[in-house]
Design a protein around this ligand. Structure first.
Ligand code: AMP
Length: 282
């Protein structure tokens, strides 16, 4: 694996690879790598000749500055982990490399409805930041395929929209959510949970599984409310539990018995915000 820190070096290196006929896959991350990140790297390496993994904690996507300050940074450990993986290139730029003109007055994207619900509603500006960083990373990498996790379901939809705006031919590959043995979705933020909170955290997976098991045609209010109550009774501060159309994310109060649906949760345990989702009938 080679490590690159400058966009122009990356562009030059990838141009050579492309001229040799090599396909390029991209796995963007914010570091604090865990098994789920490596599963994306593996999938990328299976489907592409060159696997570029980026590590960049993007300041512009943190609507809460203290979340940015507390985001776990484990770069040395990450480099070892990636070196032992199937990654070909680590791209780890600085903030000024990604935003050479500074971070004020950055471009804005019309994300429409996606910015008004769930992550868009509870994290104002978050998806603008995601698009600002991804447009810059995609410009440098120009991958054939982009590998992202279903864990961030709404983010995948935003990136699908961004790819359309950027008018590039990159194919988005959404990879399944990787879970701990007790069902908790893997996340860099899990390391910030106390042992006691970590013991309670799998309840999110349990309530999603219960929604999936009990989904029937008709009104969904009670199903959602029971999930909210279960989480609240166990000390979670719930931001949302929603059931939505899996392809548009339109929130559903009624289910027609056939539309593919997804349940999505965001809840705090202490200061740690956890998100998860589950496809219900597809
Ligand atoms: P992050 O470093 O948290 O920004 O995540 C980088 C990529 O890894 C994103 O595409 C995430 O959706 C993906 N990812 C994070 N956690 C998981 C997980 N538990 N399962 C699958 N993908 C994940």
């Amino acid at each position: 694996m080679i490590s690159i820190h400058k966009a122009q070096h990356l562009i030059d290196y990838l141009l050579k690879q492309r001229n040799r006929g090599h396909s390029i896959g991209f796995v963007p991350t914010m570091g604090a790598l865990h098994t789920a990140h490596i599963s994306l790297v593996d999938r990328c390496a299976c489907e592409c000749d060159i696997t570029v993994c980026s590590i960049f904690v993007n300041p512009t996507q943190f609507n809460d500055p203290s979340d940015y300050d507390k985001y776990p940074v484990t770069l040395d450990q990450d480099i070892h982990r990636l070196a032992a993986s199937r990654a070909t290139v680590l791209y780890a730029p600085t903030v000024s490399e990604v935003y050479p003109a500074g971070m004020s007055a950055l471009e804005q994207y019309d994300l429409g409805y996606l910015e008004s619900v769930m992550e868009g509603r509870f994290r104002p500006g978050h998806f603008q930041g995601v698009c600002q960083v991804m447009s810059r990373l995609l410009k440098a990498v120009d991958p054939d395929k982009l590998f992202m996790g279903q864990k961030d379901y709404q983010q995948c939809m935003v990136i699908g929209k961004l790819l359309g705006y950027l008018n590039i031919k990159t194919q988005l590959v959404t990879c399944p959510t990787q879970r701990e043995r007790d069902g908790l979705a893997m996340s860099s933020r899990n390391t910030r949970l106390t042992p006691e909170q970590r013991g309670r955290a799998p309840l999110i997976f349990q309530v999603l599984s219960a929604i999936k098991a009990r989904l029937v045609r008709g009104n969904l209010t009670q199903l959602r409310q029971e999930a909210i109550n279960k989480l609240a009774n166990s000390g979670f501060r719930v931001e949302y539990v929603e059931i939505a159309d899996a392809s548009t994310l339109q929130l559903l109060n009624e289910w027609d018995g056939t539309t593919p649906t997804v349940a999505l949760v965001a809840a705090f345990l202490g200061e740690v915000r956890l998100i998860d989702n589950m496809l219900l009938n597809n």
